[in-house]
Design a protein. Structure first.
Lengths: 269, 308, 308, 269
């Protein structure tokens, strides 16, 4: 556990804050890896690195947190100068493709956090990248500056959907994905978001025989592959994941259907 | 990759036949049938499940597991779905190629017995009694530091099931032999030594204990010499098979436990650093050692350090 | 090099004034007046002698000390010249600039008292009762695992001397608080926690325990989380100063113990890796920490991890 | 503790055997350092490295043991193929002088063991070296081949004394040393042997104001500077020694007079 100081914060939207910090190990993390963030006295939770020091100008890495409960609330209210504990980075990472290919990145809400370093990487490597971002409403947009900068530089082709139509196309990002995939050819699909959404993306990808890499979530305790709370079929999300390929997911019956609670019992997704 | 079978490595603990003397330790990945099967396929000679109780338990909030300089601290708090839900996982392991040992805890001797009975009914090849988890009030080592309670628990469980019963002991005792004796006199078929050592760590920047439960159990390299001593002390006095556990990560560690008196060994924390391959690597290392030293079977070296 | 004095580091344990909260642990170099003086000059805030008994003892044959992966194993066997010869060394330390604490063991409460009395007469500023050496039959932890015997020893010693009496506790117990309570109720002025943890190592090539005594005590990094837990548990319940000991090698370790509840810390094994400078380095590090965190005195952070 | 196999043995004389073994750490030891040698089931004792792998043709290091009690007897009877444990190397080492200087090396009996790697080093560095070896009788001579080879190559000037006159000059090596020092100029004196002998050498060196480096013995248990059984004044023989300079020894009152037994009590040397 390394204790780091929050060096800066940025509110992505009313419910989501990015916290920046300096940490050597995180600096050399790979896109898609996550850290365990200790909020002293409160909890420790898994969060994907939403930026990686070695790829950012100020050398800071960051996590981006959406408030959903006690720990995320505490973290979201943290200010510059406060201390958090960091373990990791943990897990595997997104595998990029050669620059001749075309990539589709589909993010749902806070799931976009784990895709940001991937998008950085893809554009750096010159891969032609289409990014679909789906949120509920205009006020839920996130990573706006980073995405629009990439988009305006021509690094990515950015398409946004909102469920209420207050920004971009109206509807679900999965519907947009289906359209895009039907009309253009992609070598790979990356996605992170609610599991139901990703399951739909997986289905679409399978139909079109496009390999997918999806970032999944399960209860994380140890993050080092021993406690068994994050298991999904024969895999550990913390060690064998969090990124899984469609090859792997094809035989995992619980994917999109069941997760396990803190007591290990199955509950529907 | 399934490890090759070897006559040298074949052994037996309380009637369970093992293809090699390595086992998955309780609480390590043993939460689902899928993970237990994967571990067996990776080369473990037997697998022990996460400890299961009568009722579902959520365990403690995070941080529950934290690396320290020479090992791992955990206070997971025995999260488990309860034996009635877990029986499903046990049943779906029918046909598993290695013995399945279900670890059991309870808040009373009756509970231990009830959980054990359901586990065996569902298909467990043996039960291991968690008399040693150091961080749950009223269960684990709160039972297992008291020879009388140990004795009661073991007796009840023996009455309730017709499969081998292992008693897993705590090192947090002034005399582990006394605990082992109580278990054996009450009918335990084997002893597992040891569970984690009560310990904690405090972060100096925030002046806070890191584990949410403050105190937890230390495992890994740090405790190996403590665990070897426990096995050695138990073997010196008692006449049941001992399963050594605590800080094993290489064949050398495993052989050290076997020479101390262990008939088999369990591996936990090292799965973090070595992955599930650790079972195969340790087993292969033991085999090379036996071959190099001219032994025909791992059984020949059990307790060898006591001679001479 | 004498470390600079600092108001922040000045502290007090059971009436002994310390220029900084570091002490030399018993059994580490404390066999002669020359070495004790050199240690004091290197920056220790107080020095504790090797444990001394009534009669001379040669200790065990070698190997008596052996490095293991994460610490040190020892079964030296309490070699010492006996208090009557050792009184010479104590006397020649008159004028030592830091408190001199004589560690005392015995095979009976009377022996403890007699040795303590001679030590104090010769000039000891305090005595520390070794109730915890894990490898000498009939002394150390054979006494110190039994609350009744602890109580008897402490009472006798308190009756025999008018200097502060520290009780050094063993972690080889099912409940260290019970031991601490017995000592405090009997009048101990401070508790030292902990002595080494019973442990052993076996060489796989020769299939032999390496220590001549087979079983010894584990010290160093491996036991730090165990020792921190002991200090934390004692502080939670008892109202005497606690001296933390076990695996301390940096200011960070020392601060961890102080936050857990230690008023001072002892350093042993780390002298091997860091040399006698370790006391100065740790003290300076504690001072920088206090300064950085805005504390005026080390006393302000004793037990701080228990708040909130 | 490393377990090593005895690769070869060599009887130096009826009472002294050299055991050769391969060990990386010993290979890079320095002249004068010692190891703790475990004779399984018997004892563990300190022995100086009498050769150092990196300086020997076969890469083996060695210890040379004189039988004086149980452990040395057991070790002396060890044969090729047997196993011993080795900890170390420990302690400081002899400091050599620049090649323009002249060195005097005075060995008494088995004390010669610790001086052999030093002599190797001095001759390698081209320092003009006189070696005085004192033993009781012809049959106690040791390192005969190594010394006579060095001597015949002109690397050293070798002078031998026996107390009974059966070889070399008759008398004590300290007497010979006194003569040699009175007639020739040396920049440094190195010595190892019985403490009484070394004390005499120290006295002679002091008289002639020649700095000396002496290798001392005390009871060694831990060898890592913590147990306190090897103390000599404010020094630990295992860590601050075993080599002490005359500067250091001048203020050590016990030198040449008292050592401490296993129980820490002083006994006369
Ligand atoms: C690999 C991974 C990466 C993640 N990355 C991000 C990210 O970048 N940004 C972000 O905002 N969120 C991320 N999450 C989700 C985040 O961890 C949870 O939202 C957070 O733990 C909720 O904690 P809470 O106390 O606020 O809510 P609670 O009220 O305690 O729980 C709400 C829900 O959050 C989930 N959750 C709680 N604790 C854990 C845990 N220890 N492990 C996994 N899930 C838990 C459960 O589904 C729970 O039902 C990630 C999760 C995983 C597994
Ligand atoms: C730094 C050092 C280097 C040495 N190098 C050599 C060497 O190269 N060759 C050699 O033959 N001898 C060497 N010795 C001496 C050797 O260690 C003893 O002769 C040996 O320990 C005797 O053991 P024993 O059981 O045979 O005899 P014992 O009968 O046990 O003892 C005889 C005497 O040996 C000494 N001794 C015994 N045990 C120890 C011990 N643990 N530490 C120190 N002294 C002890 C004591 O003076 C004792 O009285 C060295 C000693 C030291 C301290
Ligand atoms: C995260 C974790 C969870 C554990 N859970 C259990 C458990 O549920 N039941 C049990 O008997 N032991 C449990 N243990 C203890 C291990 O089975 C084992 O006894 C201990 O970790 C020492 O072995 P090791 O050093 O190989 O890990 C757990 C250990 C760890 C690290
Ligand atoms: C070689 C050695 C000798 C020791 N001798 C004693 C002793 O005589 N009396 C005692 O109370 N503790 C003795 N101890 C225990 C230490 O004082 C200390 O409690 C223990 O080593 C833990 O601290 P550390 O990890 O800083 O070494 C000894 C420890 C070592 C390593
Ligand atoms: S979180 Fe523990 S195994 Fe994945
Ligand atoms: S032998 Fe232990 S201090 Fe030197």
């Amino acid at each position: 556990m390394r204790i780091v100081e929050v060096k800066a914060v940025k509110d992505e939207n009313p419910n989501v804050r990015t916290l920046f910090f300096a940490d050597d190990l995180c600096s050399s993390a790979k896109a898609g890896q996550f850290v365990m963030v200790w909020i002293p006295g409160v909890d420790e939770i898994p969060l994907t690195l939403s930026s990686i020091g070695s790829q950012s100008m100020d050398g800071f890495s960051s996590v981006t947190v959406a408030e959903v409960g006690e720990a995320t609330r505490a973290l979201k209210s943290m200010e510059t100068g406060e201390l958090i504990g960091v373990r990791g980075p943990f897990g595997n990472h997104f595998e990029t493709i050669s620059r001749s290919g075309r990539a589709l990145v589909v993010g749902g809400g806070i799931g976009m956090a784990s895709l940001m370093p991937l998008i950085d990487r893809l554009t750096m490597e010159g891969v032609e990248t289409t990014v679909l971002l789906g949120v509920k409403s205009r006020r839920d947009l996130l990573f706006t500056e980073r995405l629009s900068e990439l988009s305006s530089r021509g690094g990515i082709n950015l398409l946004v959907t909102t469920e209420d139509g207050t920004y971009g196309a109206k509807g679900l990002v999965t519907e947009l994905a289906e359209n895009v995939i039907s009309s253009e050819r992609f070598e790979i699909i990356y996605s992170c978001g609610p599991e139901a959404m990703m399951h739909k993306i997986f289905k679409i990808a399978e139909e079109h025989r496009i390999p997918a890499q999806l970032s999944l979530e399960r209860i994380i305790r140890c993050a080092i592959g021993i406690c068994g709370s994050c298991v999904l079929g024969p895999y550990r999300v913390c060690k064998d994941g969090p990124i899984f390929t469609s090859d792997q997911l094809r035989t995992v019956r619980d994917f999109g259907k069941f997760k396990r609670g803190f007591d290990g019992r199955k509950t529907p997704i | 990759m399934q490890p090759r079978r070897s006559r040298r490595l074949t052994t037996e603990v309380a009637g369970l036949k093992l293809q090699n003397p390595t086992m998955l330790a309780s609480g390590i990945l043993g939460t689902t049938s899928d993970m237990l099967r994967r571990t067996a396929q990776s080369g473990a000679g037997a697998v022990v499940t996460k400890s299961v109780g009568l009722e579902p338990r959520e365990g403690y909030p995070n941080p529950t597991v934290i690396e320290v300089e020479c090992g791992l601290l955990n206070a997971v708090g025995l999260p488990n779905p309860g034996i009635h839900s877990f029986a499903e996982e046990i049943r779906s392991l029918e046909g598993l190629e290695v013995p399945l040992i279900v670890s059991v805890y309870g808040f009373s001797p009756e509970e231990y017995a009830e959980v054990a009975a359901v586990a065996v009914q569902a298909g467990a090849d043996a039960v291991e009694l968690n008399l040693s988890c150091p961080h749950v009030k009223g269960a684990g080592s709160d039972v297992g530091r008291n020879p009388k309670l140990i004795s009661e628990v073991v007796k009840r469980v023996k009455d309730a099931v017709d499969k081998p019963v292992f008693a897993k002991l705590t090192p947090n005792a002034s005399d582990i032999v006394e605990l082992g004796e109580a278990a054996v006199e009450a009918g335990a078929d084997a002893l597992t030594a040891i569970n984690t050592v009560r310990a904690m760590t405090i972060d100096v920047e925030t002046a806070r204990p890191i584990l949410a439960n403050k105190i937890g159990g230390l495992s890994g390299r740090a405790i190996k010499p403590i665990a070897v001593r426990c096995v050695y002390e138990l073997y010196r006095v008692l006449d049941v098979p001992i399963i050594g556990c605590g800080g094993i990560s290489s064949w050398r560690d495993a052989v050290e436990f076997i020479l101390a008196g262990a008939s088999a060994v369990q591996i936990g924390t090292a799965v973090a650093s070595k992955g599930l391959d650790v079972f195969r690597l340790v087993a292969e290392g033991i085999e090379s050692y036996l071959e190099r030293k001219g032994y025909g079977s791992v059984k020949e070296i059990v307790g060898l350090s006591h001679r001479g």
